[in-house]
Design a binder for this molecule. Sequence first.
Ligand code: PFF
Length: 460
Amino acid sequence: MAVRGNFSSKLGFIAAAAGSAVGLGNIWGFPYEAGAGGGAIFVLVYLFFCFALCFPVMLTELAIGRKSGRNAVGAFNALGHRKWNFIGKLGVLSGVLILSFYNVIAGWAFGYTFEMAAGNFAITESFRAYTTDIFAVGGYGLMFMICTAFIVSKGVSAGIEKAAKILMPLLIVMMLSLIIYALFLPNAMAGIKFFLLPDFTKLNLSVVFNAMGQAFFSLSLGMGTFITYGSYINKKDNLVTSAALITLTDVGIAIIAGLMIFPLIGFVSGGTLSGVGRGPELIFVTLPYIFGEIGGSAGSIVGMAFFSLLCFAALTSTVSLLEVPVAYVVDEFKMSRKKAAWLMSGIVYLIGIPSLLGNGYSAYFSEFITYVNATTSTDFLNFIVNVANDSFLPLGGSLMVFFAAHIWKKQNLDAEIAIGFEGYQDSFIRKYLHFVIPFLLPATLFIIFAMIVLVTFFGF
Ligand code: PFF
């Protein structure tokens, strides 16, 4: 077998894994999902899912990865259960599909860096025109994919780890400064209230499903990212504290993003919060407006800094998305890492073209499908979101946990987690895992998956 890379230190692993988790999902996705899902009530359900359901899935993925030392598919073979490697194959497919549209959004954000630099704050008025300019946004997306492929071709430790350790803290500082700025604007409190005070009358099934999809997506779970990253970590590391740190960082940054955006929406809307549910274009419209308010070269500099840091956060995520299929072909088909990285990224870019075209340029892909009983059509990008994020990730998570509990067996899972964690045998976390892993967790995830499919695609 080819020599596999390793993370150089525990901090390096945490930085790369948190880098995978923290991305567009937190800063672009979370605010728009929360905005569309009724605000604080969505946040509450999301937090519950992250800690109660997703955290054990992360632990399971890490344990499978470290024990097997293989990619998302090979891991099942290495543990002696080749028949179950379809779970990993589903993960590789999810990774390819998610990266295909993720890269389109990353391309938008990348282009915004230049728009802000040029002081084009008026872009707010014509976001559709921007996404329809496909040679520009397609070009930015291509550049983004090339950066991703380049980093992945170099292997896990060198680039990602180092950059993540410096740039992630910078992004946090930047957002905290924007929060302070935002809080002093008129009507900021209307936004904060919407984000923090739950209105239980807004709780419904679609809030629950979206919160679930968002939690899995944001934590990079259900597709074997953490099996793959887990295969590069040290036997001495404590998996429980690692998973806890990654989860807390990810959730923390989503909350920070909310605290930044919602007061700004309060201000922009004069307290009415209109536009809060505008969906995927939310940050692309609200933020430039604010940067325009700051005005002049200061506005340009803040805008440019924000979007370039956002791009960086997206890059550590695209790297992990590409790493899943690349590690698979490198391990299982003995392809060189370099070739695998360029080949896979090329394929993914092509698969992403309909998502690129479906934002106004092509009527066909912009109104790609109308689900049973739906009143409006869904564009191609959101169709992939519904299939890969909302459906495949919870399904993958359910299958992985079921596999760990019943096929690989809980004792083996326990034994792997116990390495690097001295008091594990008597810990609360072990009791909790034993409580949820055999039945409750896989069943809940599976039911949610089944309901998402029925409700989203078949209009039940
Ligand atoms: N967690 C990333 C985000 O929130 O932007 C997206 C992602 C990365 C999803 C890696 C899945 C994955 F495997």
